[in-house]
Design a protein around this ligand. Sequence first.
Ligand code: KIV
Ligand code: ZN
Length: 518
Amino acid sequence: MNATAATPEKLIIFDTTLRDGEQSPGASMTKDEKLRIARQLERLKVDVIEAGFAASSNGDFECVQAIANVIKDSTVCSLARANDRDIGQAAAALKGAERARIHTFIATSPLHMEKKLRMTPDQVFEQAKQSVRFARNLCADIEFSPEDGYRSDVDFLCRVLEAVINEGATTLNIPDTVGYAIPELYGNFIKTLRERIPNSDKAIWSVHCHNDLGMAVANSLAGVKIGGARQVECTINGLGERAGNCSLEEIVMAVKTRKDYFNLSMGIDTVQILSASKMVSQTTGFVVQPNKAVVGANAFAHASGIHQDGVLKARDTYEIMRAEDVGWSANKIVLGKLSGRNAFKQRLQDLGVVLGSEAEINTAFMAFKELADKKAEIFDEDILALVSDEAVTAEKEHFGFISLSQRSETGEKPQASIVITVGGKEIRGESSGNGPVDASLKAIEAHVKSGAEMVLYSVNAISGSTESQGEVTVRLQNSGRTVNGVGADPDIVVASAKAYLSALNKLHSKAEKIAAQG
Ligand code: KIV
Ligand code: ZN
């Protein structure tokens, strides 16, 4: 066998949870939340973190900047439309990065050029070229994406891509923006582009697939295997608009588990996958379905007697991956009532949670002790929920939870009385409702009068049993904006009130940002 042919080539893992993932309605995250996730992505050893779209808002600019300033091991990337202003903003936000990438894009499909951009193909061609030239003068690492690339005319696409490589693009990403592709066809599409473009070997080819037909992972793998792409763009839990993006955990575990077939190497520390999945789910309130591959609660559970018997005799009878390799079962029960401040601080560090000051650690530790009084075993999920609680984070929120009492009895209308802070001022509200949760949220609304419409309410047990904390997700819509709020507490009525206030805070801070941009 030829020794060079057997050496695995590297597959670059480009994570876009914080950009494309965040575009999912309701998945918007605060700066602190994004920083926490970026740190976890760095621990996971993803090669590139797409931190946001710097020119889209002041808030996004600040997030990209903050991530660029703290991440050392992964390349930090910002998206930018193909124009000088966007590219300039991306470069400015990435200034502090150890390794920076500008990702610029313009649509190339006939439909997008005509109906959305109202530009001729020649205008798009010129703009793509000029933008890459401009970007390359600001940054050495330039990715170019022809948006809706898969539905573009192949001759036109070849013309554009050849030109942008000549202008210095180092990665060419071919998006299946609307999730229309079929694995074999998408793989062959990439292969054709690489074969037809004379300078195609001067750039790394990348795949970016959406999951509208449930084939984002299959299409990406075909782009790698048939097309020869060496970068995959993906998100944790497949988070993303509509049916989402290609899921990172599935791509990584497919390439790792079937190394015999793909023969590719990756830098990913797979043991960090589960923590990343839980962190993203808990932050966004997008619950992971139990039967989700790799990170679902049942992904490694063998319920049938025949399977259990087989696994006990020899694991590989029914298991193709080891649960431990993706982070299951490591550190299940972490802390309890008797755990001290140092153990708590260490666990925070292991989970990648960085609290700004000693005062914040103290507040979080007190909240932990309170929780440990109510609940014997504290899991990682509990700690993550606890530190995402506004009460222990640095940002002082507009709406804060203080206390709640409610009364419900069969045959009687439930009543709730709640104390909250609004802009630092203590307010008490009372209301009745269809149930204790309804009464509590109405008691909040009696004062706040947000006028927001609730489009989703869901409760999830953080760690399985009735002793667990309840994690509530509330999705609110107001004036065309959608936000998710997440709250956790052993009492699900309190968790609901916290989730509702967290969603109101997001609506409030979005309104403030819009007002600031005027
Ligand atoms: O789906 C898409 O086309 C994108 C591009 C901006 C890369 O996300
Ligand atoms: Zn996309």
